[in-house]
Design a protein around this ligand. Structure first.
Ligand code: PLP
Length: 487
């Protein structure tokens, strides 16, 4: 299996290579030359597998350049009892109104990004060792992505992490989660500025090609193909678990729908791929918060990203995204994998800030099962309250966006599976507003807030950041054993 660019300008590359690159050289995104198909018999043959084994089967269809036993070892290490609280890794829980939660937040940072990042950490370490090279991840975070990356990459050979966060603007829990790490390869840097300043510093240093090359700078952002492929696994898993009690003669045609709290369109894109591969998915329900560029697109066919000034800070902050970087991969399929037409749309987007596919809107649902909706702060509060009152279960505000929008699309006889993208303990304010009770931290994290924190405070200044990276690289070299090959 080889990977090509959505814009047609990349020589076919193997899976491991795409993990180490961000955008394709032509500015597009890597996609499989052809999605692998999984027929009903094969799907059924996977019913008895545990999560790590299922991940090995599915990722094995994509990572054909990684020997099977290596992939199996990486999946076992990623989806282990050490990393995930639930023995099933991804538990399914029925709530009210025909809705089932798919528990994607059992990992170390209590959010679904762990599902992909834990695998990516394994795969990056493997790919770097095979190439004999190293990687410095430079990232900016307002909370969730940075911590998931740090927990996936801590202690990994050949990888250093420089994670910028806006000083004083993360929650106490998010700070404790990131800054309490003591691994030598994790560098937390609090920038005197806001999240956009952090992101601009990343852009500045990544745009300095000489510096980027000298220090092997890379990212693990949401367009990373390793993340997208790892997320496909839980759509298969959830369908298998939802159909466990269905009589075997009826399973092949048994459909479920998924509702996905969305921001960068990464999670739901993996659902689109799973559906294209053969998982019997009736609808993929995209849930947006007040930053509803994607809902607007799926309703009107007009895609018009918004600027930072038009992006609201909401109570489901991980969905406060107004430019959905992974949408390009879906549009590529929508236009029949016509790279030239795709590239034309993105030229239009660059030139006039939008493109118009309103002539195609009728195909969104009929061909791709894609429908959408928007949820607001008031909806989140009411949904958290109502689910808690009906079931005793507390959901987080992102999952609440999913449940709220899902309710409008529930159909009799079709399980509605809502992806639980975070745990409520991460968002105590809205949970208290909705239920009158604080969401307790899981027992194994109870002392997290008391641990000593490690963070370097830095001015919002590219030169200072460069100097810090150079100093760490030099001290890593001094500490390296000269008798050993460079890690
Ligand atoms: C990242 C994130 C999302 C959005 O996922 P995308 O893949 O960007 O669409 C939703 N909820 C939570 C809690 C997240 O961390």
């Amino acid at each position: 299996m080889k990977y090509i660019s959505t814009r047609g300008g990349m020589a076919p590359a193997p899976y491991s290579e795409t993990l180490l690159e961000g955008l394709a050289p032509d500015g597009g995104l890597a996609v499989p030359e052809q999605l692998p198909g999984v027929d009903a018999a094969r799907l059924e043959s996977w019913r008895g597998l545990g999560y790590a084994e299922l991940a090995t089967e599915i990722l094995g269809l994509f990572a054909t350049d990684i020997p099977r036993e290596d992939l199996a070892r990486m999946c076992r290490a990623a989806y282990s009892a050490e990393n995930f609280v639930s023995a099933e890794i991804v538990p399914l829980t029925r709530i009210d109104g025909g809705i089932t939660l798919v528990g994607l937040s059992e990992g170390p940072t209590l959010a679904f990004k762990d599902m992909a990042m834990q695998f990516l950490g394994q795969a990056l370490e493997y790919a770097l060792a095979r190439r004999g090279s190293t990687l410095s991840i430079l990232g900016a975070t307002s909370g969730d992505t940075g911590s998931a990356a740090e927990y996936a990459l801590r202690g990994k050979d050949g990888i250093a992490v420089y994670m910028l966060s806006p000083q004083g603007r993360m929650s106490a829990f998010q700070r404790a989660q990131m800054y309490s790490l003591t691994d030598a390869n994790i560098h937390n840097i609090a920038i005197d500025g806001v999240f956009d300043d952090c992101q601009n510093l990343v852009k500045e240093l990544s745009g300095d090609l000489a510096f980027k090359r000298a220090h092997h700078l890379g990212t693990v952002n949401s367009i990373n193909l390793g993340r997208i492929t790892a997320q496909i696994v839980y759509y298969f898993w959830a369908w298998l678990r939802a159909s466990d009690d269905v009589p075997s003669a009826e399973r092949a045609g048994f459909e479920v729908s998924f509702a996905v709290p969305s921001g960068n369109f990464g999670n739901i894109l993996s659902g689109h791929f799973a559906r294209s591969m053969g998982v019997p998915i009736r609808r993929l329900v995209l849930a947006a918060n007040e930053n509803n560029v994607l809902d607007e697109f799926f309703r009107t066919g007009v895609y018009r990203p918004r600027g930072a000034d038009d992006t609201h800070a909401t109570s489901s902050p991980s969905m406060d995204i107004s430019k959905a970087s992974n949408l390009e991969r879906f549009i590529y399929d929508l236009v029949g994998r016509d790279a030239e037409r795709l590239a034309g749309l993105w030229r239009e987007l660059d030139a006039q800030g939008s493109f118009d596919l309103s002539a195609e809107t009728h195909r969104f649902e009929s061909e791709f099962g894609l429908v959408s909706g928007t949820s607001t702060h008031a909806d989140r509060v009411e949904t958290i309250r109502a689910v808690h009152a009906a079931t005793g279960i507390t959901i987080d505000p992102h999952t609440a966006d999913g449940v709220q929008v899902a309710r409008t699309y529930v159909e009799p006889g079709v399980p509605m599976l809502v992806l639980e993208t975070a745990k409520p303990a991460k968002f105590p304010e809205i949970v208290a507003e909705a239920t009158g009770e604080a969401a307790a931290l899981p027992a194994h994290l109870a002392d997290l807030l008391e641990l000593p924190q490690h963070v370097t405070e830095l001015a919002n200044d590219g030169a200072a950041l460069r100097a810090l990276i150079v100093a760490h690289a030099e001290s890593d070299d001094r500490q390296g054993d000269p008798g050993q090959p460079a890690e």
